[in-house]
Design a protein around this ligand. Structure first.
Ligand code: RB5
Length: 173
């Protein structure tokens, strides 16, 4: 009897749905190179219960430029208007280079589970970059979930290292 109940319950469960206390304000952006992946991630993040600000692109336009979408996203992350950011472009490289020009943003192109977690815990990564032409939907979704679930450790050695990085943002240095 009980295995049937278990199966019935499992069928209606939404395994990726988060608890209320884990709900986050998340910004997301892409150019044409990551448009399809961005649309899928927005749908999954909303389904999971997060509050999403979609910085575009809102339509697939093959000649659009990733800075037009990634810069507003990165500024929102730096200003705390969103707690975390996800930027997609074809490779994830342009998005990463662009986002890191904004003071306070720690962006990185991530392609593996370990770095999605450790990048937040050790390096305070606050903006995850993905390659829409490189990473499949399921890998990308795992990376996004791992990134969102991770927290900066506040360990003294990491704070020390990050203060040296932050000094690069000071124009008087
Ligand atoms: C656009 O074709 C492509 O260059 C861009 O999406 C990204 O991959 C840049 O790094």
């Amino acid at each position: 009897m009980w295995p049937w109940c278990w199966l019935t319950e499992r069928r209606w469960e939404k395994p990726d749905q988060i608890e209320e206390r884990n709900r986050m304000r998340i910004g997301i952006a892409t150019d044409h190179g990551g448009f399809e992946l961005k649309e899928k991630l927005v749908a999954r993040l909303r389904e999971a219960g997060h509050e999403i600000t979609d910085f575009g692109a809102h339509q697939l336009k093959p000649d659009d430029d990733y800075p037009d979408f990634v810069i507003p996203l990165a500024r929102a992350v730096a200003a705390g208007k969103v707690e975390r950011g996800v930027a997609v472009c074809g490779s994830g490289v342009g998005a990463s280079i662009c986002a890191n020009k904004i003071n306070g943003v720690h962006a990185c192109l991530i392609e593996d589970h370990f770095s999605a977690k450790q990048g937040v815990e050790d390096d305070h990564m606050n903006l995850l970059c993905l390659g829409g032409r490189i990473e499949g939907t399921e890998l990308a979704w795992d990376l996004v979930q791992t990134f969102l679930a991770a927290e900066f450790s506040q360990a003294a050695r990491h704070l020390r290292r990050l203060s040296k990085v932050a000094a690069l943002e000071d124009p008087s240095e």
